[in-house]
Design a protein around this ligand. Structure first.
Ligand code: GDP
Ligand code: IMO
Ligand code: MG
Length: 434
């Protein structure tokens, strides 16, 4: 059944908490693909692509869009804000890209993010106070909540404009009742209906049964790359619950989020960053502050510095957490890793990798299931010598400084997974191969 198609689960690997460089990795993998597809999440994702003079920040459209021969799919497992999707399509058109319905397919079964979900996301974050999740405020949690509560509105319903407008209005009125009880601002229902009906008309030609589209592609022997969003530690089952997103960004979510069988999966590519970052609340055992953190994060002067792609928030940074990296490899079954941002580690005298935790005096190499356990984890570090050379122009593994190779070997060994590609800068060509 294997037909040479692959599934790239970016992030799951190491970077535990998203922003590992999945976008740039999928851009690289898409050069040899026919279809790229998003399976989960929504516009909480922010995937940056730097190609020549183009600097694109994608939230919904898969990163394959930059390759003219690639078709892009927004799968049934996603939650889609149609107004923001229209905006993103227009932005991409502004870059001169072909974003026609022949190239972009949106699943009839994906769920809609409505202004009700945006308002509810804001209200629950405010009510949580100091223990807020730190969501992207894109309405993700409430939209998935309605989906599993069996009262969500699906993208396909937008095809019948009148029935859609009525269902949409009813949903907003119900939420306004809830918001009023909670003392939150109410939604302007009239304005929202107008805006969503307009977006529905605009998206109509893109809406289709994407599972059938993918099945046809797979049966024709085409290559499909699935672009992960978020990361393993943000997974609703495997992440640092409740400080997670509301979907399954791990490998299983790709199958239910698109509707194809595991028999088709040839490769599972984990994208990991050479150090750790996290945006939002919740524990992060290897978090650093002070000058070391400032160096890892950057000042914000460069677009690749550690400031959120979707929200602009400074990312929390720390040493590589090998415990979480290995856990991500276990959960996702990666066949290979892409390691990004190695260039940022040039110039450190020494580097640390967390290889175990101490929790309540006990040493462990497992990620505790409870968020309180993870919050009490003290990292046990192994120290590695650094390197001073600029690596951003290197293209072959054998040309990397010996200490950089030692660092990579230690990661591969810890994860029992080979590192096939290393990224040494944000531009398309800045990749190091074996
Ligand atoms: P994603 O959400 O996983 O796609 O990652 P983001 O796009 O949110 O964040 C990754 C950031 O790092 C982006 O600004 C990329 O352009 C940048 N980036 C990716 N790989 C590298 C690399 O190897 N070196 C440097 N300096 N920047 C990189
Ligand atoms: P990409 O695909 C980093 C985080 C938020 C918050 C938690 C829940 O670019 O890696 P949500 O809005 O999903 O309810 O927020 O998840 N989060 C991300 N962090 N990268 C992302 O996406 C993220 N998407 C959500 O910061 O902690
Ligand atoms: Mg991102």
């Amino acid at each position: 059944m294997r037909r040479g198609n692959w599934h790239a689960c970016h992030d799951h690997t190491g970077r535990q908490w998203g922003d590992e460089g999945k976008g740039r990795a999928v851009d690289y993998l898409s050069a040899q693909a026919d279809v790229t597809a998003r399976a989960t999440g929504g516009d909480n994702a922010g995937h940056t692509l730097n190609v020549g003079e183009h600097l694109l920040k994608l939230h919904l459209v898969p990163s394959g869009i930059l390759h003219p021969h690639v078709a892009c799919v927004l799968g049934n497992g996603m939650v889609i804000n149609p107004v923001n999707l229209v905006k993103e399509i227009e932005e991409l058109r502004g870059f001169g890209l072909d974003v026609s319905p022949e190239r972009l397919k949106v699943s009839t079964r994906a769920h809609l993010i409505t202004p009700a979900h945006l308002a509810l996301d804001r209200a629950s974050e405010r009510e949580r106070g100091d223990s807020k999740i730190g969501t992207t405020l894109r309405g993700i949690g409430p939209a998935y909540g309605d989906k599993v509560d069996r009262r969500g509105i699906r993208v396909g319903e937008m095809l019948d404009v009148e029935a859609f407008a009525q269902r949409f209005e009813e949903a907003l009125s119900r939420t306004n009742g809830d918001l009023a009880r909670r003392g939150a601002d109410l939604i302007d229902i009239h304005g929202a209906v107008e805006q969503y009906v307009k977006a529905a008309a605009r998206l109509r030609p893109y809406i289709t049964d994407t599972s059938m589209f993918i099945d046809d592609a797979l049966r024709a022997g085409k290559r499909v790359v699935v672009e992960g969003a978020q990361g393993t530690l943000l997974d609703v089952d495997f992440g640092s619950y409740p400080f997670v997103t509301s979907s399954s960004p791990t490998v299983g979510g790709a199958l239910t989020g698109l509707g194809f069988g595991p028999t088709y999966v040839d490769r599972v590519v984990g994208v990991a960053k050479a150090f750790s970052t996290r945006v939002g609340g919740g524990p992060m055992p290897t978090e650093l502050d002070g000058p070391l953190a400032d160096r890892l994060r950057g000042t914000g002067a460069n677009f690749w510095d550690e400031y959120g792609t979707t929200t602009g928030r400074p990312r929390r940074v720390g040493w590589l957490d090998g415990v979480i990296l290995r856990y991500a490899c276990v959960i996702n079954g990666f066949t290979e890793l892409v390691l990004t941002k190695l260039d940022i580690l040039s110039g450190f005298e020494s580097l640390q990798i967390c290889t175990a935790y101490e929790i309540d005096g006990e040493r462990t190499t497992e990620v505790p299931a409870s968020v309180d356990g993870l919050a009490r984890a003290t990292p046990v570090y192994e120290t590695f010598p650094g390197w001073s050379e600029d690596v951003s122009e290197i293209r072959r593994m054998s040309d990397l400084p010996a200490n950089a190779r030692r660092y990579l070997d230690a990661i591969a060994e810890l994860c029992r997974t080979p590192i096939d590609v290393v990224s040494v800068g944000p531009e398309r060509a800045q990749l190091v191969h074996a």
